[in-house]
Design a protein around this ligand. Structure first.
Ligand code: PGA
Length: 257
């Protein structure tokens, strides 16, 4: 089954209520690009206000805690972000893994909690410069993804609807230079093969694999033409409706996922 391209904006730690007008503009534009699934993950503080107004786009969180509630000062659970209006959560982003010491086991626990709370999950993986240069990127990403995925009994039945994988090489994030289409093709092919191995032919073939790392309107079409690219996880270029929807426009032409 060919799924709609999925274009997700990761606003990271950017955005106060002044950004609501940008979210509105993204939502309006998304209504003109129904062939593309458009979503944004703003900071926690904007999830509810954006959800309340959005007619077309989905709103998600950038992280959640692995427990439902408890004595965890400053943390927010999957049930809480769902209550605020989030329908998905990004987990295992490299800025969480490196900046907050998140292990594969923790990411796996968070993903299990998010599924249990009814959320969709965008599970991130990707290697750093040293791993890429040592020629071990594929082995690293396969191991990381396998260890970050919850065990079968914690996976929801309608898995391809609920799980998305994002390949984001650390050396391409925020640099202005994405991975080459050859590197993306190789890694996405490997991730697809692993998903088929782990989840079975049907589900494994259906889960969308996003590319992330310096996706911009002017490089998006080439990236979307790569086999097994099902969309993009976009940081910097998702902060204005103009550039973000430029990427969505590039995805609105049919492309292989
Ligand atoms: P970037 O970030 O598009 O600014 O490179 C992508 C990400 O970290 O999700």
């Amino acid at each position: 089954m060919t799924r709609r391209p999925y274009i997700v904006g990761n606003w990271k730690m950017h955005g106060t209520r002044a950004m609501l007008s940008e979210a509105r503009a993204i939502d309006r534009a998304a209504q003109r690009h129904m062939k593309v699934e458009v979503a944004i993950a703003p900071p926690y503080t904007l999830i509810h206000p954006i959800h309340r107004e959005a007619e077309q786009i989905a709103v998600g969180a950038q992280d959640c805690h692995h427990e439902d509630s408890g004595a965890h000062t400053g943390d927010i659970s999957a049930a809480m972000v769902a209550d605020a209006g989030a329908s998905f959560v990004i987990l295992g982003h490299s800025e969480r893994r490196t900046g907050h010491g998140e292990s594969d086991a923790l990411v796996r626990a968070k993903a299990g909690a998010a599924f249990a709370a009814g959320l969709k999950v965008i599970l991130c993986c990707g290697e750093n410069t040293a791993t890429r240069e040592s020629g071990k990127a594929v082995a690293f990403v396969r191991k990381q993804l396998k260890a970050s995925l919850p065990p079968a009994e914690q996976l929801p039945a309608e898995l391809a609807e609920r799980l998305t994988v994002a390949y984001e090489p650390l050396w391409a994030i925020g640099t202005g230079t994405p991975a080459t289409t050859d590197d993306i093709a190789e890694m996405h092919g490997q991730i697809r093969a692993l998903l088929i191995d782990l989840l079975g032919a049907e589900q494994g073939a259906d889960v969308r694999i996003l590319y992330g790392g310096s996706v911009k309107p002017d490089n998006a079409a080439a990236i979307f033409a790569v086999p097994d690219v099902g969309g993009a996880l976009v940081g910097g270029a998702s902060l204005t409706a103009d550039s973000f929807m430029g990427i969505a426009l590039a995805a609105s032409e049919p492309f292989e996922n």
